[in-house]
Design a protein around this ligand. Structure first.
Ligand code: CDP
Length: 410
């Protein structure tokens, strides 16, 4: 019946049906985005439906897979890094129909792990990835392999989450902010409501904008390199840039007193331990991690009533490890929930703290970053999220939309 009425319409208008195109013009297309993070490499294969080229596509599905460690762990053997990417590309070949391969773009963006490497080592890794892409049957656009800057990382994650939560209409006044805690860097991004927030930033590059379907957005965003969770552990331990790694043991009051082990980040292994003759517990730990935050993190003028913040990546993972939220559903937490749990974990540390020796340090750092860093009140509610509608909360989706729509991030 519906078909008949459609036919009637065409004949009334006198338009001959075009047999080479489906009646509603919608089409399915795919995109492959790699996230080369400091702690892992991930592939996102997106399936989109585009009905109107003047509008954003509808995201139909995401296929996601990840591998640890990140590319920077192979700084001295870049071929292995290339192999990681080749393995992940198999997921793309299984997901994207063969006929679509040659028009499906493959892109890789690296974040803090490569930003923290010596430029020539980072470049050798990127060259390997480029080689693997060039050999693949997919479309390799210009600039398909690069290190993304921190501003883009924050903006694109904001775009992803607001797209997924349905807040990205041109007329929209309500949006959500994002808090992303990676291994090497951390990002905060939100849409300011007050002029004062924009006027009171320490440097102009805390404000960045982008264009979307004839409207422009101006966001508060910053990426703090060295304030990701793993980089913060290093700094708290005093191991950042230290020499004599073969014989030195880095101590912290955030670790169980009798704990001693090896710990690796970015392909470097460190000896770490608690302070057997010194102090341990929340108070001392807080003073230690405060050094990583104080004088470094800017407090935006408006934060409290401006936005609901979605917090993901390590905020989510560690809240799950601490038993604060469900690992599938996520949930709402107040900043004080992190603090309360940090105190409990730190003041009850046994030798290994049930296989999670860094939980006290991580929970304390997260508490400190939120309160003394960004300046959130203890009563602020955060939405802890890993996926929205079955799609990863990550900058990768925003980066894909940027590829197709050129959002002119400035
Ligand atoms: N799609 C993703 C990407 C990262 N993550 C989490 O993000 C954290 C690490 O981020 P990362 O390795 O990308 O670090 P950066 O390079 O951004 O500093 C880990 O907790 C990952 O499990 C995630 O949950 N889902």
């Amino acid at each position: 019946q519906v078909k008949t009425s459609l036919l009637d319409l065409t004949s009334i208008r006198g338009v001959l049906p075009n047999l080479s195109r489906p009646a509603n013009l919608s089409r399915i297309f795919y995109a492959v985005m790699f996230d080369a993070g400091s702690t892992g490499t991930r592939i996102h294969v997106y399936t989109f439906i585009q009905s109107d080229s003047e509008e954003l596509p509808v995201l139909d599905n995401e296929m996601f897979h990840s591998i640890k460690p990140g590319l920077s762990a192979y700084a001295d053997s870049p071929e292995v890094a290339g192999h990681t990417v080749r393995m992940l590309l198999k997921v793309a070949k299984k997901t994207v129909p063969r006929l679509e391969w040659k028009r499906t773009p493959v892109i890789l963006r690296a974040t803090a792990g490569l930003r923290l490497l010596a430029p020539e080592k980072a470049q050798a890794l990127l060259d390997q990835v480029q080689h693997v892409f060039d050999e693949s049957p997919f479309l390799v656009p210009d600039n398909s392999v690069s290190i993304m800057d921190g501003t883009n990382e924050g903006i694109l994650a904001w775009i992803s989450v607001n797209f997924l939560t349905g807040h990205l209409h041109p007329q929209t006044k309500k949006t959500v902010g994002i808090l992303d805690l990676g291994g090497g860097s951390t990002q905060i991004t939100f849409l300011p409501k007050l002029r004062k927030t924009i006027d009171s930033v320490p440097v102009a590059d805390y404000i960045a904008g982008f264009d979307l379907l004839n409207s422009s957005f101006e966001l508060y965003t910053h990426s703090y390199l060295g304030n990701g969770l793993m980089a913060a552990r290093l700094a708290a331990l005093g191991a950042l840039g230290a020499e004599g790694l073969e014989w030195r043991v880095f101590k912290s009051s955030c670790l169980p007193k009798k704990f001693q082990d090896e710990w690796s980040f970015g392909g470097i292994t460190y000896q770490v331990s608690g302070d057997p003759d010194g102090y341990s517990g929340y108070k001392h730990c807080y003073q230690e991690v405060l050094k990583v935050v104080k004088g470094i993190i800017h407090q935006p003028y408006e934060l409290e009533d401006s936005n609901v913040f979605y917090a993901f990546s390590y905020y989510f993972d560690r809240a799950v490890d601490a038993g604060l939220i469900d690992g599938v559903k996520g949930g709402m937490l107040e900043v004080r929930d992190f603090k309360k749990r940090a105190k409990e974990v730190c003041n009850k540390m046994t030798k290994n703290s049930v296989g999670n020796p860094f939980l006290c340090m991580d929970m304390t750092y997260i508490t400190c970053l939120l309160k003394d860093g960004f300046g959130f009140k203890e009563s602020t509610m955060l939405q802890l999220t890993k996926k929205v509608n079955n799609v990863e909360a990550s900058w990768a989706l925003g980066a894909t939309l940027d590829h197709f729509h050129n959002l002119k991030i400035h």
